[in-house]
Design a protein around this ligand. Sequence first.
Ligand code: ADP
Ligand code: MG
Length: 437
Amino acid sequence: MLALQNIVQPTQSNRAVYLMQSFIDILQKPTVFANRNVLSPHFVPIQLPFRERELEKIMVCVSPALQGSRPRNIFLYGKTGTGKTACVRRVMSKFEALGSKAKVAYVNCRIYNSRYKVLQKALKGFLPEIEKSGFGITFMYEKMLDWIATDGKFLILALDEVDMVKDLDELVYSLTRSNDEIPKGGISIIGISNNLSFKDRLDSRSKSALFETELVFAPYNTQQLAEILLQRSVEGFKQGVVSESAVSLAAAAAANETGDARYALRLLLRAGEIADERLAPDATSTALKVTDKEVDAARRAVDEDVAKEAICTLPEHQQLVLLSVANLTLAGGSRYAKLSEENNDGFLFSGEVYEEYLHLCKVHAGEPRSARWYREYLHDLEMLGLITMIDSGKGVRGHTRFIKIGFSAPEIKSIIERNIQEKNFAREIADVEGASG
Ligand code: ADP
Ligand code: MG
């Protein structure tokens, strides 16, 4: 037990004493966690159950680099949370442990999303001079070739979420061309993606290079997710605090979504946090605390966070369409339905939502998009679960669509209005900077 009087000198102000005490209180609060890090999405466990075949295939694919020949490129795809990143990370650490002269460089292309940024990030791990920004792409490229050519080394680039690279054709072309330019050694690519639609955008040469070998990651089923969760909860939580049925419930919920292990782990972590909030200050660590109730509450909280994240990444006009739905819902529902006394169960008419959207455009965004785009936006919002739609069929006011909000209208309104405010603020700053520079 930390004794406050031993840490705080009598000369310090009362405020400092108070702040110090609140940290000590926080650190001494009872908790269900043994090691929260184990439940983080970035943690890579030593064992990856149900991925033995995939791990083996990636290892077989990269192993020629250890014997002096160039590995084939390999492309991994599958839905999010199917263990692609974890498998590549695991193979990389095994590979590095061998201490060979071949290198594997990992780049998350969601963050490093251009040929320049990818090369800079990948190379600076072993060519520190690249760290200084301002070098042109040709310089980096030459440096990379020099490094490879010196005793014929191999470089394996793991490009995670590779579909995010804006000039992917150019990147793949630069990398594959290097192999023709160097007599010994070479470059290989491990491409990773959740989303295959980008394949159609690639030119045929980079497509065939990138997809030299393919490996599909299937979604996990309930039993598999339960085992993954169990493995993590043994390390992540104190003994005996998580009920078996809570693990099964979280696994079933995640399997019901898309078989996403990341979502399953997020549920379990949040359930643990909720259990912590509910713990009495004198709670013992061995009593059962994470139960079905905490998982249910976690599910609501996580789904809300997911919806918020989805709203914040929507383009501006889709946010305005969604804000129109929220505004009309908050104003008491459909005006048309009231006029015609049709009982529409909280559904709005697509036409009145469009009118509200036109009005919001006048206030916030200038030029509105056409009705055709509006229908596309509705479709996108429905895919994200932010609205639901039903078709009126023929008869009711011709052919129209009814729209209902999929998540709390006041929440949606406040999130989007905040986004608009921030955007206006950013614009004002840009204007001021533009005017002064
Ligand atoms: P992806 O890259 O396919 O979206 P990740 O590899 O990031 O998925 O996995 C998401 C989370 O689930 C990570 O925390 C990861 O450690 C965990 N995970 C995925 N597959 C397994 C598995 N087979 N065993 C243990 N944990 C796993
Ligand atoms: Mg990933």
